[in-house]
Design a protein around this ligand. Structure first.
Ligand code: Z5A
Length: 201
């Protein structure tokens, strides 16, 4: 099973992913691997460092291709073999991030082109379920005050508002996306995550 989590920075993805991993391992006896995007394998982690480094000005098409390259490597090197071995894979971001950030946020290419590239870079691997943790930019920002913003996080309020609209549009059209109000407490959000997982069985 392939599960992805999406939403803007600080929406609570990592928190929910850890809770879900614990539940799947402890209560259901599953083997679970978590990967973050971009990242998860050495080549993709190198690309992540470059992508988030504030010293670089990255051309939007270069940015799109670097996120996609990182994904392709992760899918081929880890995700496909894991799934073949019966491991549950949980992704902290997947290609919906590219649609939201590079497609809607940067407006770098027409959406049909972004979707085509996403399909190549993911080698056609579609999540069984995607949890979209929906949160306003203001609330997310309040949760993230403790750290220095990376290159992507310095993209400005208008950019993040476009990213949020992008996620909202995607959630309307993609049946696999489960939207959750991420302003609720950690426990309330997790209860919805679990109930939607039950529906999948
Ligand atoms: N990016 C892209 O542009 N294109 C792509 O294709 C891909 C990515 C794949 C990677 O970010 C950046 O790359 C990201 C998108 C872009 N950039 N931006 N901007 P990252 O991996 O470094 O980080 P992130 O995924 O954006 O966010 P994060 O920092 O990992 O946050 P999170 O996992 O969503 O949240 P969290 O760590 O679970 O929670 C944040 C805080 O809130 C923490 O203190 C929690 O205790 C607290 N929290 C969590 N849940 C709650 C609730 N329910 N209530 C109150 N407080 C909570």
């Amino acid at each position: 099973m392939l599960i992805s989590f999406e939403g803007i920075d600080g929406c609570g993805k990592s928190t929910q992913i850890e809770l879900l991993k614990g539940h799947l391992e402890r209560d259901l006896g599953k083997r679970v691997h978590i990967y973050r995007e971009p990242g998860g394998v050495p080549l993709a982690e190198e690309l992540r460092n470059l992508l988030l480094d504030v010293r670089y000005t990255v051309d939007p098409i270069s940015e799109l291709l670097m996120f996609s390259s990182a994904r392709s490597q992760l899918v081929q090197q880890q995700i496909k073999p894991d799934l073949e071995n019966g491991v549950v894979v949980i992704l902290d971001r997947y290609y919906d991030s590219t649609t939201a950030y590079q497609g809607y946020g940067r407006g770098v290419l027409p959406l049909e082109d972004i979707h085509r590239l996403n399909s190549w870079a993911s080698h056609g691997l579609v999540p069984d379920i995607t949890y979209y943790l929906q949160l306003s930019w203001e609330e997310a920002n309040n949760r993230m005050t403790h750290r220095d913003p990376d290159r992507m996080e310095r993209s400005g309020t208008d950019f993040f508002e476009r990213v949020i609209s992008g996620y909202n549009e995607l959630a309307k059209t993609e049946g696999r996306i489960c939207t959750i109000d991420a302003s609720k407490s950690i426990d309330e959000v997790f209860a919805v995550v679990l109930s939607r997982l039950e529906d999948l069985k």
